[in-house]
Design a protein around this ligand. Structure first.
Ligand code: FCB
Length: 446
C-alpha cells in the first residue's frame, strides 16, 4: 500500500488512568477511593499490590509528557481521580484541581491534545458508603463533580469522556467481584449499569447547558461475540453474551431503548428491572459528539448445561493469546467498527484503548517487544481498512503509555509501550514505542 494510511489530523496517542499511574494517594488532600479500599483488602489483588505508588506519575508527569513529546504523540488520554476533587462529602479540594491544571498546562505547552476521562473506576469511598453506583442518589454527586471539572478545566479540554467501560464497573465490580467494590450480585450489577448510563446522559445534558466549547462522549469496552458452532443453543447463548457486553450499552445510548431480548432475559432471571424509570432512556440517549471504543479481544462461546453462568462456556483462544490469556484477533476490530457504523451511529469514533500485555524482558537496556509491535501493527491495519472505506475514525490511543497497575493483576501485566522499572521508577522506551513513533511520523505502517 502506498501513501498515508491515516489522515493528517488523526489523533495518535496513548492512554492511562489515574489510579493505575498516579500514586501519591495521600498527597494534597486526596480522599480514599474504592480502589484504595479494595486493593488493601487481603486477597483482592495479586500479592496484595496496590496503586499507592504506581508509576509516581503525580510527581513525574513533566518527564512523562516530555517522553510523549519525543515519541511524537499527538494526544494523551488520562483520567481525573474524583477523590482528589471531592475527598469527603461536600468538601471541595482546590489542590486536587490544581494538579490537573498543571498537567493540562504542560500538555498544552507541548502541543499535546488532552482527552480527559471523568470516571475510570476510582469512586470516592464516601460515595460508596452512601450506596455507590447501586444508588440513584449517586448520580447528582457525579453531575456535581463533572460540572466542577467543566468549570475549572473546561477551557483546556477539547475531549471529555464521561465513563470508561461501564460494563466493567457494573459486571466486574458488582457481579463477578473482581473489581472494586467486589460485590457478587447480578441484580445489583444491572442497577449499576443503568445508573452509570443515566449519569452519563445527565452529564452530557449539563455539558450542553454549560456552553463549553469542547466535545463529549463515552468509552465502551466492546467485545465481538461469536457462537462456537451454528447449533441453535450456541447461537442463542452468543446472542445473550453479545447483549450483555455490547447491546446493553450501545442500544440505550444510540437507540434510546434497552434490547428487548435482554430485558426479557434479565427480568426472568433477576426479577423486574424497576430501577429503570420513565424518562431515563431519553436522557441516556442525549446526543454525544463521539464514541470511544476500547477493543482488546473477541469472545467465542457455546452453550453448556453444566455451566453455572447461565449455560455460558467461553471457548479457549485460537492461536497464541496475550499474557492476559486474551485471543489476538485484529479482524474483529474491523468488524466491530463496521457494526457500530452500520447499526448505531455515524458520529466520530475513537479507539480509546487497544494494546497487549506481554512478558517483557530488559536486555542490555532494551526491550525488544516484537509481539506487541505485531499486535499493534495488525490492529492499526484493521482500523486503516475501516478508514479507507470511509469510516469515521478520528484517533487511536494505545493502552498504555507505560506499564502500570493492572487492577487485580497488580504489576504483573505489562501493557506499556514504555517499560517501568518499579524499583527505580526509571522509564525505558520499548521497541514498540520506537515503532509507534515512526507510524505517527509517516502515518503509515512501514
Ligand atoms: C481496560 C481498562 C484499562 C486497562 C486495560 C488493560 O479494561 O480500561 O484501565 O486495565 O483494560
Amino acid at each position: 500500500m502506498s501513501g498515508h494510511l491515516f489522515p493528517e489530523n488523526f489523533l495518535f496517542g496513548t492512554a492511562t488512568a489515574a489510579y493505575q499511574v498516579e500514586g501519591a494517594v495521600n498527597e494534597d488532600g486526596r480522599g480514599t477511593s474504592i480502589w484504595d479500599v479494595f486493593s488493601h483488602t487481603p486477597g483482592k489483588t495479586l500479592e496484595g499490590q496496590t496503586g499507592d505508588v504506581a508509576c509516581d506519575h503525580y510527581h513525574r508527569f513533566r518527564d512523562d509528557i516530555a517522553m510523549m513529546t519525543d515519541l511524537g504523540m499527538k494526544s494523551y488520554r488520562f483520567s481525573v481521580a474524583w477523590p482528589r476533587i471531592f475527598p469527603e462529602k461536600g468538601a471541595f479540594n482546590q489542590k486536587g484541581v490544581d494538579f490537573y491544571k498543571r498537567l493540562l498546562e504542560e500538555l498544552h505547552s507541548h502541543h499535546l491534545i488532552p482527552a480527559v476521562t471523568l470516571y475510570h473506576w476510582d469512586l470516592p469511598q464516601w460515595v460508596e458508603e452512601e450506596g455507590g453506583w447501586r444508588s440513584r442518589e449517586t448520580i447528582p454527586y457525579f453531575v456535581d463533580y463533572a460540572e466542577t471539572m467543566f468549570r475549572e478545566l473546561g477551557d483546556m479540554v477539547p475531549l471529555w469522556i464521561t465513563h470508561n467501560e461501564p460494563w466493567c464497573t457494573s459486571f466486574l465490580g458488582h457481579a463477578f467481584g473482581q473489581h472494586a467494590p467486589g460485590h457478587t450480585d447480578w441484580r445489583e450489577a444491572l442497577s449499576v449499569s443503568h445508573h452509570l448510563l443515566l449519569s452519563h446522559g445527565e452529564v452530557v445534558e449539563s455539558f450542553r447547558h454549560s456552553g463549553q466549547k469542547g466535545q463529549i462522549g463515552i468509552t465502551l469496552n466492546l467485545t465481538p461475540t461469536e457462537a462456537g458452532t451454528r447449533q441453535p443453543d450456541d447461537l442463542a447463548i452468543a446472542q445473550i453474551v453479545d447483549g450483555n457486553s455490547n447491546r446493553w450499552f450501545l442500544d440505550p445510548l444510540f437507540h434510546g431503548a434497552y434490547p428487548e431480548d435482554m430485558v426479557a432475559f434479565y427480568s426472568q432471571t433477576f426479577g423486574p428491572l424497576d430501577f429503570i424509570q420513565q424518562g431515563d432512556l431519553s436522557k441516556i440517549a442525549t446526543p454525544i459528539d463521539f464514541l470511544g471504543i476500547n477493543y482488546y479481544s473477541r469472545n467465542r462461546v457455546v452453550y453448556d448445561e453444566k455451566s453455572e453462568l447461565f449455560g455460558i462456556r467461553m471457548l479457549p483462544p485460537e492461536g497464541e493469546p496475550t499474557e492476559m490469556g486474551w485471543e489476538v484477533h485484529p479482524e474483529s476490530l474491523y468488524h466491530l467498527l463496521k457494526r457500530v457504523e452500520r447499526e448505531y451511529t455515524s458520529i466520530p469514533l475513537y479507539i480509546t484503548e487497544n494494546g497487549a500485555a506481554y512478558e517483557d524482558k530488559v536486555v542490555d537496556g532494551q526491550v525488544h517487544d516484537e509481539k506487541r509491535k505485531e499486535f499493534l501493527r495488525d490492529h492499526f491495519l484493521a482500523s486503516a481498512k475501516f478508514l479507507q472505506e470511509g469510516g469515521n475514525l478520528k484517533g487511536y490511543y494505545v493502552w498504555s503509555l507505560m506499564d502500570n497497575f493492572e487492577w487485580s493483576f497488580g504489576y504483573s501485566k505489562r501493557f506499556g509501550i514504555v517499560y517501568v522499572d518499579y524499583a527505580t521508577q526509571e522509564r525505558l522506551v520499548k521497541d514498540s514505542a520506537k515503532w509507534y513513533q515512526q507510524v505517527i511520523r509517516t502515518r503509515s505502517l512501514g
